[in-house]
Design a protein around this ligand. Structure first.
Ligand code: ATP
Ligand code: MG
Length: 649
């Protein structure tokens, strides 16, 4: 009883209602930082500790390996360590290993080791272009189709309906998709989506297997449910059968995978599907300072397509902190150098490096920051845990460690044993200066640190025990971590939190990304910014630069999302030249030229009227402003006695 009471302490009344709801459908719809993940982990622990469900009967799923690892850690801390918390894929893989041999009477096929190469072969076979970009984008189309449960023959119609902008004509993409499936099946290999497709099919088509499965797993929990795709939903339905012991939590405003087929419709429609569900809304933000919360509200408040029921406003619960900061830089190198200086300052003021993150839109942006941090000798790790075990140096290291463990002639003293094996695959005592050598070193040192961790937590830990731990982590895609600043994409940062967050490279073409060419795609980019902003507990800095490293290339403009956010009078409120141009234009016009409500710049006349947008920031002009602009143009034309269709700026 005492333990149960402790589990309910530190929860607010709404969270407590979700935690203590009887077994059955429960839905928590809430904004970022309101304690959704905390609520589900407490709920699992509560049900387990009250004896309402056995730990091994619970299956908790989420979308990234990192988030699953985080959930396992939280569950262990709550005394529910035996509960399986995994990604959809890891859970499906585990189940397939058990059921596949029984159903198909053969060993489970291998996981596809080089998808890119196979898609390239398929492209070649159907006479499509095999350049890198085409192959990569064609692979993404295949993933979208499989996640959306679209068969090759249905691809052309579905792609047109969904407005997909794939690299090939739909008919050829469909041929390529067919060829890819044939090549893969012939090689008896499975891609990631196959894991889900096969387990769903096995559970649906083999009643005995379904029954056995349902005897084993009785209670399901899904975190980040807003990002479930049709394939994952089908798997979830296959797991459930006609039962309803399902707890889901999510935030429709954090839907960031709809480009890949995900949809918040199942989250939003949950209480329609399960009318008897306990539905809880949380609005108190426990993660961030009121300053960060206010900014988050502003970012998402500007969203244009928020479905009903998702317009929650967060209210900050923490003490006040510093105002979010904005900065404009001449180029990326200067931006990265400043970020690294500020990180050093935060660290000097006692913020642990592991509590600091630099978040960006695309992985390529990471390089400038890796270099700046290496130069400043600040340790860092690049997120993307899923890829850790696929890295060449990690695979080599694991092979060497396995061999050493099999002979285990190095004795039990563990970190030193691991170090000595890793020296053989290139570990140096000192970190190399930067670049790929530094990356390799970071991965290897992470393996050493895992050994150190194990040596302090497990009595008599030797190499075999260590290798077993490593294999288990590889299977669960749960990489060891190094103490250091986190560099991560916004997608990989979902669900996580840090004391200090740097959102970098916020320029048009990057956020929103240049291929976001529909309103819906731009809105998804806005939600990514919302996800980024809401990762910060206290310090938040948003920055951008007007040129690439070295100043080359086309000039850049700051992201359109920033215009309503940067406060008036802030040095970064407006690029100097643009402000100057605006002032000059206004003086030249001699009348009050209307200003854009978003960026404050003078509107440029005919072009803006034609586009219905401000030419300096891409804000749409409302009717009132358009009317005033037209009136201004007429007046100006009258003064100059020229026809009104002349463009003035
Ligand atoms: P996201 O949408 O980003 O995934 P979330 O809703 O899952 O966020 P959590 O990660 O569960 O939020 O919680 C955010 C932070 O607030 C965590 O540090 C958590 O420990 C803390 N927190 C949650 N609920 C409470 C509470 N009732 N009292 C104090 N702290 C809380
Ligand atoms: Mg969460």
């Amino acid at each position: 009883m005492a333990v149960e009471v402790r589990l309910l302490e530190g929860l607010d009344p709404e969270q407590r209602a979700a935690v203590t709801a009887p077994r059955g459908p429960v839905c928590v719809l809430a904004g970022a930082g309101t304690g959704k993940t905390r609520t589900i982990t407490h709920r699992i622990a509560y049900l387990v500790q009250r004896g309402l469900v056995a730990p091994q009967q619970v299956l908790a799923v989420t979308f990234t390996a990192r988030a699953a690892g985080e959930m396992r850690t939280r569950l262990r801390g709550l005394g529910a360590g035996g509960v399986q918390a995994q990604t959809f894929h890891a859970a499906a893989f585990r189940q397939l290993r058990y059921f596949w041999p029984r159903v198909h009477d053969m060993r489970l096929w291998q996981l596809l080791d080089n998808k890119f190469r196979l898609v390239m072969q398929a492209a070649n076979k159907v006479g499509a272009s095999t350049d890198k970009e085409t192959v990569r984008d064609a692979a993404a189309e295949i993933e979208w189709a499989k996640s959306s449960l679209i068969a090759p023959e249905d691809y052309p119609a579905a792609a047109v309906r969904a407005g997909r902008d794939g690299p090939l004509l739909p008919a050829q993409q469909a041929q390529l998709f067919t060829a890819y499936e044939q090549l893969k099946n012939r090689a008896q290999q499975l891609d990631f989506d196959d894991l889900l497709l096969h387990i769903a099919a096995i559970l649906e088509e083999h009643p005995d297997v379904g029954e056995e499965f349902r005897g084993q797993y009785r209670s399901f929990v899904v975190d980040e449910y807003q990002d479930v795709n049709p394939l994952q939903q089908r798997v979830l339905d296959a797991w459930l059968g006609n039962r309803d012991d399902l707890t889901v939590v999510g935030d429709a405003n954090q839907t960031i995978y709809s480009f890949a087929g995900a949809s918040p419709k199942w989250l939003i429609g949950f209480s329609r599907r399960f009318p008897e569900a306990t539905t809880v809304r949380l609005e108190r933000d426990y993660r961030s300072t009121p300053q960060v919360v206010a900014l988050a509200n502003e970012v998402i408040g500007a969203a244009r397509d928020r479905p009903a029921g998702t317009r929650l406003r967060l209210s900050g619960q923490r003490p006040a902190g510093p105002e979010p900061d904005y900065a404009e830089h001449d180029d990326e190198t200067a931006e990265a150098a400043e970020v690294s200086r500020r990180i050093a300052k935060l660290a000097a003021n006692g913020v642990p490096l592991s509590e600091i993150a630099v978040l960006f839109r695309v992985n390529a942006q990471s390089e400038a920051y890796e270099k700046a941090l290496s130069d400043a000798e600040i340790p860092y790790q690049v997120r993307g845990g899923e890829r850790f075990f696929a890295r060449t140096e990690v695979r080599q290291a694991m092979a060497a460690l396995r061999t050493a463990a099999a002979h285990d002639d190095l004795g039990p003293d563990l970190p030193a044993a691991v170090r000595s094996v890793l020296h053989e695959v290139g570990l140096t005592d000192e970190p190399p200066a930067g670049g790929t050598a530094r990356d390799r070193w970071e991965s290897l040192i992470a393996l050493v640190e895992l050994a150190e961790e194990l040596a302090t937590t497990v009595a008599d830990a030797g190499l075999p025990r260590y290798v077993a731990e490593l294999e288990a982590r590889a299977e669960a895609q749960h990489p060891p971590t190094v103490e250091g600043v986190t560099l991560a994409s916004l997608h990989a940062a979902k669900g996580l939190e840090w004391d200090a967050v740097f959102l970098v490279g916020l320029v048009e073409g990057t956020l929103p990304i240049q291929y976001a060419d529909t309103d819906a795609a731009v809105e998804e980019e806005r939600r990514l910014l919302y996800v980024g902003v809401t990762r910060a507990r206290e310090h938040l800095r948003l920055s951008w630069s007007l040129a690439r490293s070295g100043g080359g290339g086309r000039p850049r403009r700051r992201s359109r999302f920033l215009y309503p956010l940067v406060p008036d009078g802030h040095p970064a409120a407006m690029p100097g030249k643009a402000r100057q141009r605006a002032v000059v234009a206004r003086a030249a016009a001699g009348t009050d030229k209307p200003e854009c409500r978003v960026c404050g710049g003078a509107l440029s006349g005919t072009m803006d009227i034609k586009l219905g947008r401000c030419a300096q920031c891409p804000a749409d002009l409302d009717e009132d402003l358009l009317g005033r602009l037209k009136a201004w143009r007429g007046e100006r034309a009258r003064q100059l006695k020229v026809p009104a269709y002349v463009v003035f700026t």
